[in-house]
Design a protein around this ligand. Structure first.
Ligand code: LLP
Length: 419
């Protein structure tokens, strides 16, 4: 059983973190991220899906661990460059940054062209728009293999209900389209969903192999996408990285034998690298009885961490009491400060309010919402005119401010009263 009392994060005391940086604050453990990168080191390329956590300190750290990076927008391309990634590959090397999306917005296409960023096209229109601006070269294609899986319907990116990728039955046409526009299809990429289970993930390698055969020996790269699950709940299975690699490696080797040249094997995790490294540190500001239930209200809300309200996602929690008195455990509803009933961290999909077992919370205690390093800060908003939280990066037991808390004035600094 994990302890429900916790006084430190990555070796730094919770009380010190709260005193120095305030709350709510995301705290990231650099070592934990490094360990996750290392766990996937058998893959030729680990391409970090920075959408999970694009703080420059995190992206830079992942880069220093040897991973390459994915970008889904103009902003993420600029973040990757700012974190030290080179825009394009040295001869024969994998591109440091790949832009993967289903559309080019105009800013992204301009940046791709300007910096020579590699592109992974999820729609035939991307192929055409790219070819209009760049003559010749390689693209990779993101394919929807006709099936998908995710921890929520909203994170399933395969099958007929998904907007993502080139439908597998359209692949031959898309490859032809690329060729007509003077482009070579150098790779295929399959990402069936986020937080997928291992059963579904295991099917993807077979699909990738079959589709690569359809395109033929121009294929030099296959990407397994991301979606690797992490154990949010006690007892959730952990990924057997070696078995997962072996499965993909076998498919890759069969393709190499057929094509007569090496095929690079990429993986593109977001959550797996950063989720468990992050804690959302907040302060208990009110405790009240509501019927038979006890609600603890903290200073973070779904403006700070949206996963529970969006997906009914479960995040384990623990308490750092402000005193040494015994705190008997009980079932607690944890909510935030927002003016909306759905502002509850202990909920299931559909908004059903649940509880979590916690030591008795009191005003002034600190609450730690764990496994919050992925899709936490990046999905934060200014709802209710709340500022974006601070982010802190802990390396070697030392806490560094990685993003200052947004000032209240900055929330509306770009607004104008027009008349
Ligand atoms: N590659 C592609 C093309 C993706 O679309 C995604 C996630 C990833 C990689 C990384 O997936 P991961 O390894 O992190 O599961 N906001 C949701 C997750 C949305 C994921 C979108 N795409 C959440 O909080 O669970």
């Amino acid at each position: 059983m994990r302890s429900l009392l916790r006084h430190e994060i990555a070796g730094v005391s919770v009380a010190d973190l709260a005193r120095e940086f305030g709350t709510p604050t995301y705290v990231y453990d650099a070592e934990r991220i490094a360990g996750q990168v290392a766990a996937l080191s058998e893959f030729d390329v680990i391409r970090y899906a920075q959408k999970a956590n694009s703080n420059l300190a995190v992206v830079d750290w992942v880069r220093r661990q040897g991973a390459l990076v994915d970008a889904v927008s103009a902003g993420e391309i600029l973040r990757a460059l700012a974190a030290g990634y080179a825009p394009r590959a040295a001869e024969g090397e994998a591109p440091p940054i790949v832009y993967t999306a289903d559309v080019f917005d105009r800013d992204a296409l301009d940046l791709v062209v300007q910096h020579g960023i590699a592109v992974n096209c999820g729609s035939p229109d991307m192929i055409v728009q790219y070819a209009e601006r760049v003559s010749g070269g390689d693209v990779t294609l993101r394919v929807n293999p006709g099936f998908g899986h995710g921890h929520s319907r909203k994170t399933n990116t395969g099958g007929e209900h998904s907007k993502h990728g080139i439908w597998f039955e359209e692949l031959a046409d898309a490859a032809r389209l690329a060729e007509q526009h003077g482009l070579v299809v150098g790779g295929l990429h399959l990402h069936i969903g986020s937080g997928a289970d291992l059963e579904h993930l295991a099917l993807v390698a077979g699909a990738a192999e079959k589709l690569a055969r359809e395109v033929g020996p121009s294929i030099h790269t296959i990407s397994a996408g991301g979606g690797l699950p992490v154990p949010y709940r006690e007892g959730d299975p952990s990924l057997d990285a070696a078995a997962y690699f072996a499965h993909w490696d076998a498919a890759r080797k069969r393709l190499e034998a057929e094509f007569g040249h090496p095929v690079r094997l990429e993986i593109e995790p977001g959550r797996f690298l950063v989720a468990e490294a992050g804690v959302l540190l907040c302060e208990v500001r009110a405790v009240k009885k509501v019927g038979a239930r006890t609600f603890a209200l903290v200073d973070a809300g779904f403006n700070t961490l949206a996963r529970p309200v969006m997906y009914g996602a479960y995040h384990p929690m623990s308490l750092a009491p402000g005193d040494d008195e015994p705190r008997p455990e009980s079932e607690i509803v944890v909510g935030g400060p927002l003016c909306e009933s759905g502002d509850i961290f202990t909920q299931e999909e559909g908004g059903v309010v649940r509880t979590q077992r916690l030591p008795e919370p009191r005003v002034g205690d600190h609450l730690l919402i764990e496994c919050a390093g992925a899709y936490g800060f990046v999905m934060a908003s200014n709802y209710n005119a709340k500022p974006l939280p601070a982010e802190v990066f802990v390396v070697d037991g030392k806490a560094h401010l990685a993003r200052a808390r947004q000032s209240l004035e900055a929330i509306f600094a770009d607004e104008k009263i027009p008349v």
